[in-house]
Design a protein around this ligand. Structure first.
Ligand code: NAP
Length: 309
């Protein structure tokens, strides 16, 4: 039986892994379908303390994993398919195999939010993408106009990154003001290659019949005017949804599916703790996720100490 199973290997999960490993709990850390979490899809992280020159997101996560493994964490590629939390020890089904655990730390993060258009689904990976760092350099986007949807830090980051490859980057936002932090917004609007398209939403992505992206249909939300904008790619950066479906009905969460922590990192189920983006729709930073991972590890350690007294 495992003392600690950590679900997720983003900043929260791997920080929890470092701490529980250093407490000699030999945690089993399950990667899910995105090892390293969302930060691995970022280019330079400029606001993680300790890196004045910035650090590549993938490198940061790789180093966190190495640090956890150095102290005895066991990182395993695997997806949790089911959980039974009604009695102790808890039981997880991981890729068909049963795993028993005395404590669980949920650090399952969040996934990209979709626009919800049928054409978006049909053209995914054929010009529609959720990650400029992953796909921006593909030949199909080189020297072509592209569209970024969103007005937050992610959209700005995507747009700035894409200026390296695209001929022009249209930043389509549903309001006339960016939500992004001041520094990112200023940098974005100062770029001669980025053209903001304010007060507009994407109502369709063309052209499903050609099996590639050729344009987006736009609607101005103030005037209701409709237009078409030619582009070779659509980069969607409109926020995230928490990866908590597995725990629905068992772990207390808000109406958007974010787990509600009680007393530090505890959940409504004693022995199950939570950390990171799956429980945070307010701060959602690498450093806050790491901090929550640390809290969850300490709470799990104290819970186990009390259990085994
Ligand atoms: P976000 O801050 O929630 O922004 C999402 C953006 O998408 C908003 O501008 C929102 O519009 C728009 N949006 C949401 N749903 C939409 C829809 N259905 N259709 C059209 N537009 C829609 O998300 P984020 O940019 O991914 O950032 C998440 C967190 O990570 C933030 O705390 C951010 O600071 C952080 N982050 C930081 C950095 C950095 O510091 N370098 C980089 C990336 C992310 P409204 O503005 O109208 O709501």
């Amino acid at each position: 039986m495992e003392k600690v199973v950590i679900i997720g290997t983003g900043c929260a999960g791997l920080t929890a892994a470092v701490y529980t490993a250093r407490a000699n709990l030999s945690p089993l850390v399950l990667t899910g379908s995105m090892p390293g979490g969302l930060l691995t899809t970022t280019s330079i992280v400029e606001n993680f303390p300790g890196f004045p020159e910035g650090v590549d997101g993938y490198e940061l996560m790789t180093r966190m994993q190495q640090q956890a493994e150095k102290f005895g964490a066991r990182v395993k590629f695997g997806t949790v398919e089911a959980v039974k939390l009604s009695s102790s020890p808890f039981e997880l089904t991981v890729d068909g195999e049963a795993v028993q655990a005395q404590t669980i730390i949920i650090a399952s993060g969040a996934s990209h939010r979709h626009l919800g258009l049928e054409s978006e689904r049909q053209l995914e990976k054929k010009g529609v993408t959720y990650c400029a760092t992953c796909d921006g350099a593909l030949p199909m986007f080189r020297n072509q106009p592209v569209v970024v949807v969103g007005g937050g830090d992610s959209a700005c980051e995507e747009a700035l990154y894409l200026t390296r490859f695209a001929s022009v980057v249209y930043l389509v936002h549903r309001r006339d003001q960016l939500r992004a932090s001041k520094i990112m917004a200023e940098r974005t609007l100062a770029s001669p290659k980025i053209k903001p398209v304010w007060d507009s939403v994407v109502t369709d992505i063309l052209d499903v019949r050609q099996d590639k992206v050729t344009a987006v249909k736009l609607k101005n939300v103030k005037s209701n005017a409709e237009s078409e904008l030619a582009c070779a790619g659509v980069f969607i950066a409109i926020g995230h949804v928490p990866n908590t479906q597995l725990f629905q009905g068992v772990i207390t969460m808000d109406e958007n599916g974010y787990i509600i922590p009680q007393r530090g990192s505890a959940t409504n189920v004693p022995g199950v703790f939570v950390a990171g983006d799956c429980a945070d729709h307010v701060y959602r930073q690498a450093i806050t996720a790491a901090g929550m991972g640390c809290m969850a590890a300490i709470d799990a350690e104290r819970y186990l100490a009390a259990l085994n007294q």
